[in-house]
Design a protein around this ligand. Structure first.
Ligand SMILES: N[C@@H](CCC(=O)N[C@@H](CS)C(=O)NCC(=O)O)C(=O)O
Length: 207
């Protein structure tokens, strides 16, 4: 039976789970919730995720939220099909570490840039946020075609944030400079963008 996948357009956390579902070819029923209509706050959805956030899944009556836990669940459900984590002990540990680093360190400086731009803060404030973001972005270098060699859950976790940087820079080049992404990350993002699973899962409101 197909699992229910609760998604909100533009959520980088929900996007990573969508990429994982597509990568692993796990059948799912797509449940698009509207943030504008507060559909994450309905009593029905609150039973699935009391924190009222997407993504969430319900698989054969089992409800799970938190994107990285969902990715691990999907991997454990069908470990042999299109793996998202390495079987090598050290690579797998590194992948888990990088996923934590995306959530704990990568996004915060970028959020400051997005906030400074959308709230039309003074140019100086935007520039300070951009410098801090550059320092974080410089840490991220793929070790092969993808972040840890083969395509993995790390790429699915990181890409939605990087795609957001590229989109912001196209829409607002004065505030978000085109060279904000360092070359290794830009090249990797170009490879990611070409993947059919990425094209299929672009946030609906981006299209
Ligand atoms: N730590 C959570 C974060 C999920 C999250 O923050 N989701 C946001 C969208 S990006 C959300 O659903 N917010 C509810 C709302 O804005 O109504 C995860 O990894 O799943």
């Amino acid at each position: 039976m197909a699992l229910d996948f609760y998604y909100g357009s533009g959520s980088p956390y929900a996007w990573r789970v969508w990429l994982a579902l597509e990568h692993k070819s796990i059948p799912y029923t797509f449940k698009l919730l509207s943030f504008d209509a507060d559909e994450t706050e309905t009593p029905e959805f609150t039973k699935i995720n009391p924190r009222q956030k997407v993504p969430a899944i319900v698989d054969d009556g089992f409800a799970l939220y938190e994107s990285s836990a969902i990715m691990e669940y999907l991997e454990d459900k069908t470990p042999g099909t299109a793996p998202m984590f390495s079987t090598d002990l050290h690579t797998r540990a590194t992948q888990r570490r990088l996923i934590r680093e995306v959530d704990d360190y990568f996004f915060a400086p970028l959020r400051k840039v997005f906030t400074a731009v959308t709230e039309k803060k003074p140019a100086e404030e935007v520039a300070t946020a951009v410098d801090a973001a550059r320092a974080e972005l410089a840490r991220w270098k793929p070790t092969g075609d993808y972040m840890t060699g083969a395509l993995s859950a790390v790429d699915f976790t990181l890409y939605p944030f990087v795609a957001q940087v590229e989109r912001s820079s196209q829409r607002n080049p004065q505030a978000v400079p085109a060279d904000l992404l360092p070359p290794p990350l830009k090249d990797w993002a170009g490879r990611m963008q070409k993947l059919s699973i990425v094209q299929k899962t672009l946030p609906p409101h981006w299209k």
